[in-house]
Design a protein around this ligand. Structure first.
Ligand SMILES: [Zn+2]
Length: 190
């Protein structure tokens, strides 16, 4: 690695410690040419497997760019986008997998985006989930309304309306999905 000050190719490690969350190692280095110090961060890369089968490294900036399009004209700041991307990365790292499919990245975006801005969420979901017509939007909006009602503390939704989830049907069976997004509240329209 080049020294960021003088581009010299040799440096020595003067300090090395694991970050608080244990996901990376921070090394303090000193350039053997100019003597200045800089920090490197060593972390595992996560490969994203695209639908075409091509893999590329997970990149937070790609999340920001993708979501920014859906947020045009909405009261969403660059800070909001950066925090959303960070949350997505944390969700994905928590899966503990070295490789992840692109659609799982999309899934991890939906929940935080829904909290951030419902209009942007609908735009993103409509592209990501290939909405095909008014019916898909209506369905998604119904789910949003239901969730908002639940959040505002109304308990008027009869239990019968709740979708019979796989959990209810197969309670006896063991969960077989290898990498579930546990801890992420997934929208029911999935
Ligand atoms: Zn240097």
């Amino acid at each position: 690695m080049h020294c960021p000050f003088c581009r010299h190719t040799d440096s020595r490690v003067v300090d090395s410690r694991t970050t608080d969350d244990g996901t990376a190692i921070r090394r303090r280095r000193q350039c053997s040419e100019c003597g200045r110090r800089f920090t490197t961060l060593e972390t595992t890369t996560i490969s994203v497997i695209k639908r075409s089968g091509v893999t590329e490294p997970f990149d937070r900036q790609k999340i920001v760019n993708g979501v920014r399009k859906a947020c045009q004209g909405r009261p969403v700041s660059e800070d909001d986008l950066a925090m959303l991307a960070q949350e997505v990365e944390e969700t994905i790292r928590a899966l503990g997998a070295a490789e992840i499919e692109a659609h799982e990245v999309g899934l991890a975006i939906l929940a935080p985006l829904r909290r951030l801005d419902v209009v942007a969420y609908l735009r993103f979901a409509s592209v990501y989930q290939a909405f095909d017509g008014l019916g898909d939007f209506e369905e998604a909006i119904d789910v949003l309304r239901q969730q908002q009602a639940e959040q505002s503390g109304q308990q008027t939704i009869p239990a019968a309306v709740e979708p019979a989830g796989a959990g209810a049907k197969k309670r006896s069976g063991r969960r077989t999905r290898p990498r579930s997004l546990d801890g992420v509240s997934q929208p029911r329209l999935l």
